[in-house]
Design a protein around this ligand. Structure first.
Ligand code: ZN
Length: 281
């Protein structure tokens, strides 16, 4: 028969075990509650600068405005072709789409082949002048997207705007400069673009053929007509590739570019001269 002291000790041990078990369950529950378990892939977001090969030219495919119809097509296609790509995503589009959070998580978890980046929460609701005219509200909009989407790095693209903010460099128009400066002070990099695959306003279908787009890319790199020589950021939009024939155009562009063995596909966190982009997620 156990003594009173022994029983008390046993009771205390049981109580402590229950408390730690409950705390463990709660912590696990928190992980599941957050969008796509952002804590799980944190380790792989340990960021390292890239060593550039001077004999190569770097292409940064980027897709804007997702999640939208077309996002998964772009992701699957780039994965199948083994090329890296960056997705600048929008908080509101994520909230409005039933599978929005899963798609964002798929992109985030796809690192280092795929990069999730910040394209604001509201996308300025299409009213760009008013958005940039209120810099503090605009900055807050990016912070909201950063938190909501669990964006791993401090990398944004401004909606409807081609500004650049890197280490010690802010390149923006007078209207946008205050927002760019605020983001710079908060440790963010802003990525513009060098070439754009345009789309038709109503149908969202690509304007240039794949062959034409590849020629524009070749030409810009050959002539040094890029923000940084030998590095080219291509802007396109997820929704351009929702039709199978347009997805074929994207595949064709990638095939053409891959034939040039001097081209390397990278994600924009490896664009030259960025401030160390880790957001500390
Ligand atoms: Zn956009």
């Amino acid at each position: 028969m156990k003594s009173e002291g022994g029983k008390r000790l046993l009771g205390l041990i049981c109580l402590m075990a229950m408390i730690s078990f409950t705390a463990c369950l709660r912590a696990h529950g928190n992980d599941i509650d957050t969008a796509g378990d952002p804590k799980k892939p944190v380790d792989k977001f340990e960021w390292h600068p890239l060593r550039y090969d001077s004999t190569k030219k770097y292409i940064y495919l980027s897709f804007d405005d997702g999640p939208q119809h077309g996002t998964v097509t772009c992701f699957d296609l780039c994965k199948k072709e083994g090329v890296k790509a960056s997705f600048f995503m929008v908080g509101l589009h994520t909230a409005q789409k039933s599978d929005g959070k899963q798609i964002v998580s798929m992109i985030r978890d796809g690192y280092p082949e795929f990069l999730l980046a910040n394209h604001s929460y509201t996308h300025a609701l299409g009213k760009y002048h008013s958005f940039y005219h209120h810099p503090l509200q605009a900055e807050e909009d990016f912070f909201q997207a950063q938190d909501f989407l669990h964006v791993p790095y401090k990398i944004v693209r401004l909606p409807g705007n081609r500004s650049w903010v890197r280490n010690g460099e802010v390149k923006a128009t007078d209207l946008v400069h205050p927002v760019a400066h605020l983001l710079d002070s908060a440790g963010y990099n802003v990525i513009g673009w060098d070439a754009e695959w345009h789309f038709r306003t109503k149908s969202a279908r690509p304007v240039q053929s794949a062959t034409r787009m590849a020629a524009e890319i070749d030409n810009a790199l050959a002539c040094g007509d890029t923000h940084v020589p030998n590095h080219l950021v291509l802007l396109s939009h997820d929704r351009m590739f929702q039709h199978p024939s347009d997805a074929d155009s994207l595949a064709k562009l990638i095939h053409i570019l891959k034939q040039n063995h001097n081209y390397v596909f990278e994600t924009v966190d490896h664009y030259p001269g960025l401030k160390k982009p880790h957001s500390g997620l």
